[in-house]
Ligand binder design. Structure first.
Ligand SMILES: *Cc1c(COP(=O)(O)O)cnc(C)c1O
Ligand SMILES: [Zn+2]
Length: 399
Protein backbone atom coordinates (compact mmCIF):
# COMPACT_ATOMS: atom_id res chain seq x y z
CA UNK A 1 0.00 0.00 0.00
CA UNK A 2 2.29 2.67 -1.24
CA UNK A 3 0.46 4.90 -3.62
CA UNK A 4 -1.15 8.17 -2.76
CA UNK A 5 -4.04 9.54 -4.79
CA UNK A 6 -5.82 12.86 -5.14
CA UNK A 7 -9.58 12.58 -4.53
CA UNK A 8 -10.14 15.55 -6.82
CA UNK A 9 -8.08 15.18 -10.00
CA UNK A 10 -7.17 11.50 -9.65
CA UNK A 11 -3.40 12.02 -9.94
CA UNK A 12 -1.31 9.41 -8.09
CA UNK A 13 2.13 9.59 -6.47
CA UNK A 14 4.45 7.10 -4.79
CA UNK A 15 4.37 7.51 -0.99
CA UNK A 16 6.94 10.06 0.10
CA UNK A 17 7.19 11.83 -3.22
CA UNK A 18 4.71 14.66 -2.72
CA UNK A 19 3.20 16.33 0.32
CA UNK A 20 0.16 17.43 -1.67
CA UNK A 21 -1.15 16.97 -5.20
CA UNK A 22 0.12 19.34 -7.87
CA UNK A 23 -3.47 20.60 -8.08
CA UNK A 24 -3.10 21.81 -4.49
CA UNK A 25 -5.41 19.30 -2.82
CA UNK A 26 -4.36 16.82 -0.10
CA UNK A 27 -3.57 13.19 -0.88
CA UNK A 28 -4.64 9.90 0.69
CA UNK A 29 -3.50 6.29 0.45
CA UNK A 30 -4.99 4.07 -2.22
CA UNK A 31 -6.31 0.83 -0.77
CA UNK A 32 -6.41 -2.47 -2.60
CA UNK A 33 -10.14 -3.37 -2.78
CA UNK A 34 -9.24 -7.04 -2.21
CA UNK A 35 -7.81 -6.12 1.19
CA UNK A 36 -11.13 -4.71 2.37
CA UNK A 37 -13.12 -7.26 4.35
CA UNK A 38 -14.51 -7.55 7.84
CA UNK A 39 -11.88 -9.15 10.05
CA UNK A 40 -12.68 -12.53 11.57
CA UNK A 41 -14.20 -11.95 14.97
CA UNK A 42 -11.85 -12.46 17.85
CA UNK A 43 -8.76 -10.52 16.77
CA UNK A 44 -8.58 -8.86 20.15
CA UNK A 45 -5.08 -7.60 19.57
CA UNK A 46 -3.60 -9.50 22.50
CA UNK A 47 -0.51 -10.32 20.43
CA UNK A 48 -0.06 -6.61 19.90
CA UNK A 49 0.19 -6.07 23.61
CA UNK A 50 -3.28 -4.63 24.04
CA UNK A 51 -4.84 -7.55 25.87
CA UNK A 52 -8.61 -7.53 25.93
CA UNK A 53 -8.83 -4.45 23.75
CA UNK A 54 -10.07 -4.50 20.20
CA UNK A 55 -7.89 -1.80 18.70
CA UNK A 56 -7.83 -0.18 15.26
CA UNK A 57 -5.23 -2.76 14.21
CA UNK A 58 -8.15 -5.06 13.64
CA UNK A 59 -8.16 -3.38 10.22
CA UNK A 60 -4.45 -3.81 9.55
CA UNK A 61 -5.12 -5.14 6.04
CA UNK A 62 -6.33 -1.69 4.94
CA UNK A 63 -3.63 0.31 6.74
CA UNK A 64 -0.23 1.47 5.46
CA UNK A 65 1.58 0.23 8.60
CA UNK A 66 1.98 -3.04 10.47
CA UNK A 67 0.57 -3.68 13.94
CA UNK A 68 3.02 -2.16 16.42
CA UNK A 69 3.88 -3.03 20.00
CA UNK A 70 3.33 -0.43 22.73
CA UNK A 71 0.97 2.49 23.14
CA UNK A 72 0.13 2.65 19.42
CA UNK A 73 -1.31 -0.87 19.67
CA UNK A 74 -4.00 0.48 21.99
CA UNK A 75 -5.42 3.20 19.72
CA UNK A 76 -8.99 2.85 18.51
CA UNK A 77 -11.49 0.20 19.47
CA UNK A 78 -13.60 2.80 21.22
CA UNK A 79 -17.13 2.21 22.60
CA UNK A 80 -20.30 3.02 20.67
CA UNK A 81 -23.23 3.59 22.98
CA UNK A 82 -26.74 4.98 23.24
CA UNK A 83 -27.50 7.80 25.66
CA UNK A 84 -31.31 7.92 25.63
CA UNK A 85 -31.41 10.75 28.18
CA UNK A 86 -30.02 13.23 25.68
CA UNK A 87 -31.69 12.02 22.51
CA UNK A 88 -34.19 14.38 20.92
CA UNK A 89 -37.79 13.44 21.76
CA UNK A 90 -39.22 11.04 19.12
CA UNK A 91 -35.85 10.21 17.63
CA UNK A 92 -33.56 9.86 15.80
CA UNK A 93 -31.58 7.16 17.62
CA UNK A 94 -28.10 8.43 18.49
CA UNK A 95 -25.09 6.15 18.73
CA UNK A 96 -22.23 7.95 20.41
CA UNK A 97 -18.66 7.00 19.51
CA UNK A 98 -16.53 7.81 22.54
CA UNK A 99 -13.16 8.76 21.10
CA UNK A 100 -12.16 10.20 24.46
CA UNK A 101 -11.28 6.65 25.53
CA UNK A 102 -8.22 6.62 23.25
CA UNK A 103 -4.84 6.59 25.08
CA UNK A 104 -4.45 10.39 25.10
CA UNK A 105 -8.15 11.16 25.09
CA UNK A 106 -8.91 11.94 21.45
CA UNK A 107 -9.23 10.36 18.01
CA UNK A 108 -5.87 11.89 17.08
CA UNK A 109 -4.26 8.73 18.52
CA UNK A 110 -5.58 6.75 15.56
CA UNK A 111 -3.64 8.82 13.06
CA UNK A 112 -0.59 9.13 15.27
CA UNK A 113 -0.45 5.36 15.82
CA UNK A 114 -0.45 4.62 12.10
CA UNK A 115 1.96 7.44 11.34
CA UNK A 116 4.52 6.49 13.94
CA UNK A 117 4.19 2.87 12.88
CA UNK A 118 5.18 3.76 9.34
CA UNK A 119 7.75 6.54 9.78
CA UNK A 120 11.26 6.27 11.15
CA UNK A 121 13.19 8.78 13.18
CA UNK A 122 12.00 11.96 14.83
CA UNK A 123 8.40 12.99 14.34
CA UNK A 124 6.76 16.35 14.69
CA UNK A 125 3.52 18.23 14.50
CA UNK A 126 2.15 21.74 14.23
CA UNK A 127 -0.51 21.78 16.91
CA UNK A 128 -1.20 23.07 20.39
CA UNK A 129 -3.98 20.74 21.23
CA UNK A 130 -4.87 17.08 21.06
CA UNK A 131 -2.57 16.33 18.15
CA UNK A 132 0.44 17.73 19.99
CA UNK A 133 -0.41 15.69 23.07
CA UNK A 134 -0.92 12.56 21.01
CA UNK A 135 2.33 12.89 19.04
CA UNK A 136 4.32 13.66 22.20
CA UNK A 137 2.93 10.62 24.03
CA UNK A 138 3.35 8.16 21.17
CA UNK A 139 6.88 9.39 20.48
CA UNK A 140 7.73 8.88 24.15
CA UNK A 141 6.28 5.37 24.03
CA UNK A 142 8.39 4.51 21.00
CA UNK A 143 11.62 6.12 22.20
CA UNK A 144 11.54 8.80 19.49
CA UNK A 145 12.35 12.46 19.45
CA UNK A 146 9.26 14.62 19.03
CA UNK A 147 9.19 18.21 17.77
CA UNK A 148 6.03 20.08 18.76
CA UNK A 149 5.45 23.58 17.37
CA UNK A 150 2.81 25.44 19.32
CA UNK A 151 1.33 28.90 18.79
CA UNK A 152 2.58 31.86 20.77
CA UNK A 153 -0.64 32.23 22.76
CA UNK A 154 -0.83 28.61 23.93
CA UNK A 155 -1.69 28.65 27.64
CA UNK A 156 0.89 27.31 30.13
CA UNK A 157 -1.55 24.72 31.46
CA UNK A 158 -1.72 23.16 28.04
CA UNK A 159 2.03 23.30 27.53
CA UNK A 160 2.50 21.48 30.83
CA UNK A 161 0.20 18.70 29.67
CA UNK A 162 2.19 18.22 26.47
CA UNK A 163 5.56 18.70 28.18
CA UNK A 164 5.04 15.79 30.57
CA UNK A 165 5.95 13.47 27.66
CA UNK A 166 9.25 15.33 27.23
CA UNK A 167 9.13 16.44 23.57
CA UNK A 168 11.11 19.32 22.07
CA UNK A 169 8.48 21.96 22.57
CA UNK A 170 8.74 25.24 20.64
CA UNK A 171 6.44 28.20 21.22
CA UNK A 172 6.53 29.95 17.84
CA UNK A 173 6.25 33.70 17.25
CA UNK A 174 4.97 34.82 13.84
CA UNK A 175 2.39 33.57 11.38
CA UNK A 176 1.34 30.23 12.84
CA UNK A 177 -0.91 29.50 9.86
CA UNK A 178 2.08 29.55 7.49
CA UNK A 179 4.02 27.16 9.70
CA UNK A 180 1.92 24.25 8.53
CA UNK A 181 3.14 24.78 4.97
CA UNK A 182 6.72 25.42 6.11
CA UNK A 183 6.86 21.95 7.64
CA UNK A 184 5.48 20.38 4.47
CA UNK A 185 7.61 22.27 2.00
CA UNK A 186 10.98 22.22 3.71
CA UNK A 187 13.14 19.24 4.42
CA UNK A 188 13.68 19.54 8.16
CA UNK A 189 14.85 16.03 8.92
CA UNK A 190 11.71 15.44 10.94
CA UNK A 191 8.61 13.69 9.62
CA UNK A 192 5.67 15.97 10.32
CA UNK A 193 2.38 14.25 11.05
CA UNK A 194 0.08 17.20 10.57
CA UNK A 195 -3.70 17.23 10.60
CA UNK A 196 -4.26 15.92 7.08
CA UNK A 197 -1.11 13.92 6.39
CA UNK A 198 -2.05 10.77 4.44
CA UNK A 199 -0.86 8.49 7.26
CA UNK A 200 -3.00 10.34 9.76
CA UNK A 201 -6.06 10.17 7.49
CA UNK A 202 -5.45 6.42 7.02
CA UNK A 203 -5.46 5.89 10.79
CA UNK A 204 -8.46 8.10 11.29
CA UNK A 205 -10.56 6.26 8.73
CA UNK A 206 -10.73 3.34 11.17
CA UNK A 207 -13.36 5.14 13.26
CA UNK A 208 -15.82 4.68 10.40
CA UNK A 209 -14.77 1.05 9.93
CA UNK A 210 -15.62 0.48 13.58
CA UNK A 211 -18.96 2.26 13.33
CA UNK A 212 -20.02 0.39 10.20
CA UNK A 213 -18.83 -2.94 11.54
CA UNK A 214 -20.98 -2.42 14.63
CA UNK A 215 -24.02 -2.01 12.36
CA UNK A 216 -23.22 -4.79 9.92
CA UNK A 217 -24.76 -5.97 7.70
CA UNK A 218 -26.42 -2.53 7.57
CA UNK A 219 -24.84 0.84 8.22
CA UNK A 220 -26.07 3.88 10.12
CA UNK A 221 -28.11 6.35 8.09
CA UNK A 222 -25.72 9.17 8.88
CA UNK A 223 -22.46 9.99 10.64
CA UNK A 224 -22.14 13.38 12.36
CA UNK A 225 -18.78 14.79 13.44
CA UNK A 226 -17.10 18.08 14.25
CA UNK A 227 -14.73 19.43 11.61
CA UNK A 228 -11.68 21.66 11.77
CA UNK A 229 -8.88 20.88 9.29
CA UNK A 230 -11.06 18.30 7.55
CA UNK A 231 -8.64 15.44 8.30
CA UNK A 232 -11.07 13.28 10.22
CA UNK A 233 -13.93 13.97 7.81
CA UNK A 234 -11.60 12.87 5.00
CA UNK A 235 -10.85 9.64 6.85
CA UNK A 236 -14.53 8.91 7.40
CA UNK A 237 -15.30 9.50 3.74
CA UNK A 238 -12.36 7.34 2.66
CA UNK A 239 -13.58 4.46 4.82
CA UNK A 240 -17.11 4.69 3.46
CA UNK A 241 -15.80 4.69 -0.12
CA UNK A 242 -13.68 1.63 0.58
CA UNK A 243 -16.49 -0.26 2.32
CA UNK A 244 -18.93 0.58 -0.45
CA UNK A 245 -16.51 -0.40 -3.22
CA UNK A 246 -15.93 -3.73 -1.47
CA UNK A 247 -19.68 -4.31 -1.15
CA UNK A 248 -19.52 -4.40 2.66
CA UNK A 249 -22.12 -1.66 2.98
CA UNK A 250 -24.96 -1.14 0.59
CA UNK A 251 -25.94 2.45 1.22
CA UNK A 252 -23.32 5.04 2.13
CA UNK A 253 -24.19 6.92 5.36
CA UNK A 254 -24.65 10.66 4.84
CA UNK A 255 -21.80 12.71 6.32
CA UNK A 256 -22.81 15.74 8.41
CA UNK A 257 -20.15 18.11 9.69
CA UNK A 258 -20.50 20.56 12.56
CA UNK A 259 -18.61 23.80 13.15
CA UNK A 260 -18.76 26.55 15.74
CA UNK A 261 -20.53 29.54 14.19
CA UNK A 262 -17.69 31.77 15.34
CA UNK A 263 -15.30 30.03 12.96
CA UNK A 264 -17.14 28.14 10.24
CA UNK A 265 -15.43 28.43 6.84
CA UNK A 266 -16.64 25.00 5.66
CA UNK A 267 -20.24 25.67 6.68
CA UNK A 268 -20.16 28.99 4.87
CA UNK A 269 -18.93 27.38 1.68
CA UNK A 270 -21.68 24.78 2.02
CA UNK A 271 -24.36 27.46 2.42
CA UNK A 272 -23.03 29.29 -0.63
CA UNK A 273 -23.19 26.07 -2.62
CA UNK A 274 -19.50 26.49 -3.39
CA UNK A 275 -17.06 23.66 -4.09
CA UNK A 276 -14.16 25.55 -2.54
CA UNK A 277 -13.68 26.74 1.03
CA UNK A 278 -12.52 30.33 1.48
CA UNK A 279 -10.57 31.38 4.60
CA UNK A 280 -12.54 33.39 7.15
CA UNK A 281 -11.58 35.71 9.97
CA UNK A 282 -12.74 33.59 12.87
CA UNK A 283 -13.57 34.75 16.37
CA UNK A 284 -12.44 33.04 19.55
CA UNK A 285 -14.73 30.18 20.58
CA UNK A 286 -14.83 27.69 23.44
CA UNK A 287 -14.57 25.05 20.73
CA UNK A 288 -10.79 25.55 20.58
CA UNK A 289 -9.96 22.23 18.93
CA UNK A 290 -11.98 23.11 15.85
CA UNK A 291 -11.05 26.76 15.53
CA UNK A 292 -9.44 26.67 12.08
CA UNK A 293 -10.12 29.62 9.81
CA UNK A 294 -8.28 28.18 6.79
CA UNK A 295 -8.70 24.38 6.84
CA UNK A 296 -6.10 22.50 4.74
CA UNK A 297 -8.54 19.70 3.90
CA UNK A 298 -11.60 21.92 3.78
CA UNK A 299 -12.37 21.29 0.12
CA UNK A 300 -12.13 17.54 0.61
CA UNK A 301 -14.43 17.68 3.65
CA UNK A 302 -16.92 19.65 1.59
CA UNK A 303 -16.65 17.10 -1.22
CA UNK A 304 -17.40 14.33 1.31
CA UNK A 305 -20.59 16.10 2.31
CA UNK A 306 -21.67 16.70 -1.28
CA UNK A 307 -20.91 13.14 -2.37
CA UNK A 308 -22.90 11.58 0.47
CA UNK A 309 -25.79 14.05 0.40
CA UNK A 310 -25.03 15.41 3.87
CA UNK A 311 -24.70 18.97 5.15
CA UNK A 312 -22.50 21.28 7.22
CA UNK A 313 -24.06 22.92 10.28
CA UNK A 314 -22.96 25.99 12.25
CA UNK A 315 -23.64 25.90 15.97
CA UNK A 316 -23.99 29.06 18.07
CA UNK A 317 -21.70 29.56 21.04
CA UNK A 318 -24.61 29.35 23.49
CA UNK A 319 -25.85 26.12 21.97
CA UNK A 320 -22.45 24.41 22.04
CA UNK A 321 -21.83 25.41 25.66
CA UNK A 322 -25.29 24.24 26.70
CA UNK A 323 -24.75 20.97 24.87
CA UNK A 324 -21.40 20.42 26.61
CA UNK A 325 -23.21 20.78 29.95
CA UNK A 326 -26.04 18.55 28.85
CA UNK A 327 -23.74 15.69 27.82
CA UNK A 328 -21.93 15.83 31.16
CA UNK A 329 -24.91 16.42 33.45
CA UNK A 330 -27.53 14.27 31.72
CA UNK A 331 -25.50 11.54 30.02
CA UNK A 332 -22.38 11.35 32.23
CA UNK A 333 -20.14 12.04 29.25
CA UNK A 334 -17.52 14.76 29.60
CA UNK A 335 -16.48 16.15 26.23
CA UNK A 336 -14.80 19.26 24.94
CA UNK A 337 -17.13 21.93 23.54
CA UNK A 338 -15.44 21.02 20.22
CA UNK A 339 -17.28 17.67 20.35
CA UNK A 340 -20.56 18.91 21.72
CA UNK A 341 -21.08 20.85 18.48
CA UNK A 342 -21.85 17.50 16.89
CA UNK A 343 -24.78 16.55 19.14
CA UNK A 344 -25.93 20.18 19.12
CA UNK A 345 -25.96 20.01 15.33
CA UNK A 346 -28.05 16.83 15.52
CA UNK A 347 -30.79 18.82 17.26
CA UNK A 348 -30.84 21.45 14.51
CA UNK A 349 -30.63 18.89 11.73
CA UNK A 350 -33.54 16.96 13.26
CA UNK A 351 -35.63 20.12 13.48
CA UNK A 352 -34.88 20.94 9.86
CA UNK A 353 -35.77 17.42 8.74
CA UNK A 354 -32.27 16.61 7.45
CA UNK A 355 -32.15 13.75 9.95
CA UNK A 356 -35.19 11.49 9.97
CA UNK A 357 -36.94 10.64 13.25
CA UNK A 358 -36.59 6.94 12.54
CA UNK A 359 -32.94 7.02 11.57
CA UNK A 360 -29.82 5.66 13.25
CA UNK A 361 -27.23 8.39 13.58
CA UNK A 362 -23.64 7.78 14.65
CA UNK A 363 -22.10 10.81 16.34
CA UNK A 364 -18.34 10.99 16.82
CA UNK A 365 -17.49 12.52 20.20
CA UNK A 366 -13.93 13.29 19.25
CA UNK A 367 -12.25 13.98 22.58
CA UNK A 368 -12.54 13.77 26.34
CA UNK A 369 -13.55 16.80 28.35
CA UNK A 370 -11.49 15.81 31.37
CA UNK A 371 -8.30 17.35 30.00
CA UNK A 372 -9.31 20.96 29.62
CA UNK A 373 -11.44 21.74 32.63
CA UNK A 374 -15.11 22.49 32.15
CA UNK A 375 -15.46 25.66 30.10
CA UNK A 376 -19.17 25.02 29.60
CA UNK A 377 -20.08 24.69 33.23
CA UNK A 378 -19.13 28.06 34.71
CA UNK A 379 -18.80 28.14 38.50
CA UNK A 380 -19.21 24.65 39.90
CA UNK A 381 -22.28 24.16 42.04
CA UNK A 382 -20.91 23.15 45.46
CA UNK A 383 -22.35 23.54 48.96
CA UNK A 384 -20.06 24.25 51.91
CA UNK A 385 -21.15 22.24 54.91
CA UNK A 386 -20.03 21.23 58.44
CA UNK A 387 -19.49 17.58 59.16
CA UNK A 388 -22.31 17.28 61.72
CA UNK A 389 -24.80 18.67 59.22
CA UNK A 390 -24.05 16.07 56.51
CA UNK A 391 -26.63 13.42 57.59
CA UNK A 392 -29.51 15.89 57.69
CA UNK A 393 -28.55 17.48 54.39
CA UNK A 394 -28.25 14.16 52.60
CA UNK A 395 -31.54 12.83 54.05
CA UNK A 396 -33.26 15.98 52.91
CA UNK A 397 -32.38 15.17 49.31
CA UNK A 398 -34.67 12.16 49.24
CA UNK A 399 -37.65 13.72 51.00
C1 LIG B 1 -8.63 17.72 15.95
C2 LIG B 1 -9.98 17.69 16.56
C3 LIG B 1 -11.14 17.90 15.81
C4 LIG B 1 -11.11 18.27 14.34
O1 LIG B 1 -10.57 17.29 13.50
P1 LIG B 1 -10.00 17.68 12.06
O2 LIG B 1 -9.41 16.41 11.56
O3 LIG B 1 -8.95 18.74 12.24
O4 LIG B 1 -11.13 18.17 11.23
C5 LIG B 1 -12.36 17.77 16.44
N1 LIG B 1 -12.44 17.51 17.76
C6 LIG B 1 -11.34 17.30 18.52
C7 LIG B 1 -11.52 17.01 19.97
C8 LIG B 1 -10.08 17.39 17.95
O5 LIG B 1 -8.99 17.20 18.72
ZN1 LIG C 1 -5.14 16.66 -7.56
Amino acid sequence: MDRLACYDCGETYPFGEAARCSCGEPLWFETDPDAVSWPDTGGRGAEAGAAGHDSLWRYESVLPAATPVGLAAAAGGTPLLRAPSIEPADGPRLHLKLEGTNPTGSFKDRGTAVGIGRLDGPIGTVSHGNMALSVAAHAAADGREAVILVAEDTPDSRLAMIAQHDPHLFRVRGDYGRLYEDTLERDLGVAFLNSDSPLRVAGQKTVAYEICEAFRPDAPDAIVLPVSSGGQASGVWKALRELRAAGLIEAVPRIYLAQAARCDPIARAFRRGAARVEPVTGEPTAAVSINNADPPSGNRALAAVEATDGAVASVSEDALLAETDRLAADAGISVEPSCAVATAAVRDLTESGDLGRDEDIAVILTGSGYKYGTPGAGTPSVREIDREDVPAAVRELST
